[in-house]
Design a protein around this ligand. Structure first.
Ligand code: ADP
Length: 294
């Protein structure tokens, strides 16, 4: 599919709604994404367009169906809103809440390391969404900067449920994961069975990356990175001068043994979140430079 193969007006046959195609927003592994305006209400959404030519193999169709079936039932202030989905003979369309300020990946590329109050503001919102997901027995399994979208108010919206799974019961352990998560946990590499703790691990990697300016296990080769993950080999750079409670929290989330990592709900009460300065909102200048938070 090329960008030109997407019609100028999309019609949802189920609701009768039409959407006018606007600005191109970006391209992912499978999807082209556009701004879409509801022609009745003039509300603007993000529309993900996935060509059916990419959904030939059964497992590709299954993954797409899984992503939709998990995401469509979610409703939380810090999860990308799911409006509807439909298809025509060429494409599958997913209509989502628009997040105009890109993702934490672009913020990280621009800023490298951010301040503790900024990280506290973002981590708290991610935690709230994860508590909600885990209480619905859903594991995201690919929490990373590029899946943490930002709206105009710089509020976090977790997106991309392409690797997510729903457990049948709480003690279940998943044996397989179809795809390559960015911040992959050691128990996934070792194929010993994994569960909610993989999201805690990823959140530890996210917090490290936001505060230190680079991921904890990064090397120039994937093989070497995986070897460091298996050995739990990482150090928090002292030049960043992180507070003791920030370092403690990172260490707790990055414990090699999944059963000794705290649960998301317990992390909500962590001293680092409670005791330091928590901004109510961040100015949009944060996208490019460190704020004066006083
Ligand atoms: P894929 O699942 O194929 O990887 P993504 O979910 O990464 O697709 O989406 C592709 C691109 O579309 C993203 O990089 C981002 O730029 C843009 N995008 C996706 N969802 C939204 C959204 N809700 N709001 C704004 N832009 C979005």
């Amino acid at each position: 599919m090329s960008r030109n193969d997407v019609p100028d007006v999309l019609r949802d046959p189920k609701t009768g709604k039409s959407y006018k195609k606007g600005k191109f927003l970006g391209k992912g592994g499978f999807a082209y994404c556009y701004e879409l305006t509801d022609t009745d209400t003039m509300e603007v959404y993000a529309g993900k367009v996935v060509s059916k030519t990419l959904l030939v193999k059964q497992h590709q169709k299954d993954k797409m169906a899984q992503e939709i079936s998990i995401h469509r039932n979610l409703n939380h202030a810090h999860i990308v809103g799911f409006k509807s989905h439909f298809e025509d003979s060429d494409n599958v369309y997913i209509i989502l809440e628009l997040c105009r300020r890109r993702t934490l990946m672009e913020l990280h590329k621009r800023r490298r390391h951010i301040t503790e109050p900024e990280a506290r503001y973002f981590i708290k919102q991610i935690l709230e969404a994860c508590v909600y997901l885990h209480s619905a027995r859903i594991i995201h399994r690919d929490l990373k900067l590029g899946n943490l979208f930002l709206n105009d108010e710089l509020e976090i919206k977790i997106g991309d449920f392409g690797l997510a799974t729903q457990l049948g019961y709480d003690g279940e352990r998943k044996r397989t994961l179809c795809g390559t998560p960015n911040y992959i946990a050691p128990e996934v590499l070792n194929k010993r069975g994994h569960s909610y703790e993989v999201d805690v691990w990823s959140l530890g990697c996210i917090m490290f990356t936001l505060l230190c300016g680079r991921p904890p296990f990064e090397t120039s080769s994937l093989k070497e990175t995986y070897s460091r993950i298996r050995k739990n080999e990482y150090t928090i750079p002292t030049v960043r001068n992180l507070s003791r409670s920030a370092c403690d929290l990172i260490h707790k989330m990055l414990r090699g043994d999944p059963s000794s990592r705290p649960q998301m709900s317990a992390l909500m009460h962590d001293p680092w979140l409670k005791e330091g300065f928590m901004p109510v909102r961040l100015p949009s200048s944060c996208l490019t430079m460190a704020p004066r938070l006083d």
